[in-house]
Ligand binder design. Sequence first.
Ligand code: CTP
Length: 371
Amino acid sequence: MEIKFSEKTDKIIKNLALEAKNFGVKIYFVGGLVRDVIMGIEPLDIDILVAGNAINFISSLNFVDIKSIHKDFGTIKTQIEGLEIDFASTRKEIYPHSGCLPQVTELGCPIEDDLIRRDFTINAIALEILGDGNYRLIDRFSGCSDIKNKTLKVLHKNSYIDDPTRILRGLDFKLRFNFNFSDIDKDLINEYLKNPSREGLSVDRVVLTLNKLFSSNLRAKEAFGEFVDKKYYRILFDYKDLSCEKIFDAIEKFKIEDYSKVLIKYILDELFDVPELKTRLEIYKHFRHYSDDEICVYYAKSADKRALLYFSKLKGIKLEIKGSDLLNLGYKQGREIGVMLDKVLEAKLAENSSITTYQDELNFVRENPIL
Ligand code: CTP
């Protein structure tokens, strides 16, 4: 197998392979990089797996700039001649509860033991970096043939129970690469969703995966549609009135550019209470405490037209005058100033108001004194 790196990257990798040999460890490419290379996609990030202790190996090299070390997971972020490379130690993991973060039980294990902890066969292919520009393919789970057949298969039947975020990762690969879950995987997912165990679930991990799933505006609608249709939300909760149409209608009306945050809010957030708001001033004063994202989600859940009125007509309106202007006009420090400013604001918020400029506001104060 051949991987086309730039001349500089190629030199760095060959050098690392030589150093690894001297240190007595084997090094590998694995996961997304290998999958992408096999699919003809140019790899963006370079991650190297060390069958041994990556931290000890990297710390022994004087040409490596160490950025950060995560001892528990045996990982180390580095920069080599300006190139960012992440190193990880091979590891065995267990999941004490369904959906929790895995616990590392062994660092520096043989590559085969590391591959078996992974999500899909397509991500469990390794390439041993031999250092002469050649690589040795390790494909114990027939990942290459699954890439060819565009099939998503987990490595063992408890995989989705161990880590239900794999359902969402699978959906991401499905939409990105036009892959499909195998029939067995579809059954395993449906089984899991019938009776999801959420006790030890790492919600943060689910949210991180959702963020990635929804991050591309191109695919967000489709991804969210499947998330609702296939009831993948059951990973997190039993039932919510989620609607792809309603949230995307709101996203359009509220001109939201970053979909993923809004979609996640829509999934996770409870509807906030809006009290009785009679006047435009009350609506303005209530909604200004919320971000556009929050109001968009509220609107998608409630269809409350006051939210839309605030966003489209009221939000942009601000007073030009300040309390000091009223002091100059003879108002005394205290409650009246606030009352007068509200009066001006109310007049400015009115439909077809003629008050726009600083001067208009001053004139209004003069013509409508409360002194
Ligand atoms: N992985 C896993 N289970 C997860 C997350 C990740 O088994 N819940 C493993 C997979 O082998 C994956 C590797 O860790 O290939 C790296 O994960 P990540 O960087 O999140 O994704 P990539 O597969 O590299 O894909 P991409 O970055 O292109 O989305």
